[in-house]
Design a protein around this ligand. Structure first.
Ligand SMILES: [Cu+2]
Length: 366
């Protein structure tokens, strides 16, 4: 009898082990507050971009937790536009997935919502707004979500003896388009709010509603569907390419020395691909979309597609200032001018701390 009872308890435990959330027993609660506002973000001196900022910054805050932790994010909407937050690459309960009208209603102006989920699976992941995604992501609503493995044996930092672990979030923007669209959307929502219409009517009036009827849907297919926020408006033409909110030369160099190991977690939140070519070394791609590869890939040019994350291991052997740049020419420019964009320097010192006799002559006026 006693044996049967313990067997029943054991099988019950096995069932529990398969439930998402059980591993939270081992984790801690990690709380974050995201306050959304609209303001100017300085990507370069004299280049201000009207942006959607979280806690006043672009990218938004980094969430860094251990697998199994409970993540609680309170989202406070102080902007005039609706938003939802999606946790990209996570396996969490459906009602926390942040897709407007699929898993929840949008968070309207003045409203707040708490997202709560268990951080899993481990890896380099990110979060972003899922409302009018083209505008709201390039507008600045994205940030890293790093989940460290709970089991030390799965930790790539340990496996490769990493001395520097750095995250780079990539995005491409068109400042004029962004300003025009955000201003237009703000006005539209403000007008509708004044008329005291329901939030649903707001979206209907601004053309942001999903198809109202089967007839609407058929017409959209026949006429060619366009995102509501692009109807009758120009498409963005990406002029600036950012790493952590700034283009080169404002991207700080990655500093290391021979014998050390750098891990770069590169995440493309933007809408176009980038091709990072690393001078002076072969690197290892050890994870794609946060998931470790069974066999690391040894390459020197790293394609990074929209929505993709790649973990890179760098073990430079030759001292010097090594260029890392987008091999698509437009990616290495600011508003068409070289050098700029998704580019940075890898500074490799020798054992005495010396990098090179040549000092890079890079400035904002070059
Ligand atoms: Cu948004």
């Amino acid at each position: 009898m006693k044996k049967r009872l313990s067997m029943a308890l054991f099988s019950g435990l096995l069932i529990l082990l398969n439930l998402p959330g059980l591993s939270a027993a081992a984790g801690q609660v990690k709380r974050y507050t995201f306050e959304i506002s609209i303001g100017n973000w300085d990507i370069l001196p004299d280049v201000k971009v009207k942006s959607l900022m979280i806690n006043g910054q672009v990218p938004g805050p980094k969430i860094e937790v251990t697998e199994g932790d409970i993540v609680e994010v309170k989202v406070i909407n102080n902007s005039a536009l609706p938003h939802t937050i999606h946790w990209h690459g996570l396996e969490i309960p459906n009602d926390q997935d942040g897709v407007p009208y699929v898993t929840q209603d949008p968070i309207e102006k003045g409203e707040s919502q708490v997202y709560r989920f268990v951080a899993a699976p481990a890896g380099t992941r990110f979060w972003h707004c899922h409302w009018s995604t083209l505008l709201h992501i390039s507008g600045g609503m994205y940030g890293p979500l790093i989940i460290h493995p709970r089991n030390p044996a799965d930790d790539l930092n340990r496996r490769y003896d990493v001395t520097l672990d750095k995250t780079m979030m990539v995005d491409s923007i068109d400042p004029q388009w962004q300003e025009k669209m955000l201003t237009m959307m703000e006005k539209m929502h403000a007008m509708e709010a004044m008329k005291k219409k329901s939030p649903d009517a707001t979206h209907k009036a601004s053309g942001e509603k999903l198809f109202g009827s089967v007839a609407d849907y058929r017409r959209a297919i026949a006429e060619g569907f366009k995102s509501p926020y692009l109807r009758g408006l120009p498409k963005p033409s990406y002029k600036y390419h950012l790493i952590n909110g700034h283009p080169y030369p404002l991207v700080p160099p990655v500093m290391t020395r021979v014998g050390e190991t750098v891990r770069l977690r590169m995440i493309n939140a933007g809408n176009i691909p980038h091709y990072f070519h690393f001078h002076g070394l072969q690197l290892l791609v050890v994870a794609i979309d946060g998931n470790p590869l069974a066999q690391p890939l040894k390459i020197n040019t790293v394609p990074l597609f929209p929505g993709q994350a790649k973990d890179l291991i760098l073990q430079p052997k030759i001292p010097g200032w090594w260029a890392v740049h987008d091999h698509a020419e437009w990616g290495s420019t600011n508003n068409g001018h070289f050098p700029g964009g998704t580019m940075f320097l890898l500074g490799v010192a020798d054992k005495n701390g010396k990098i090179s006799d040549y000092k890079p002559k890079i400035s904002l006026t070059q």
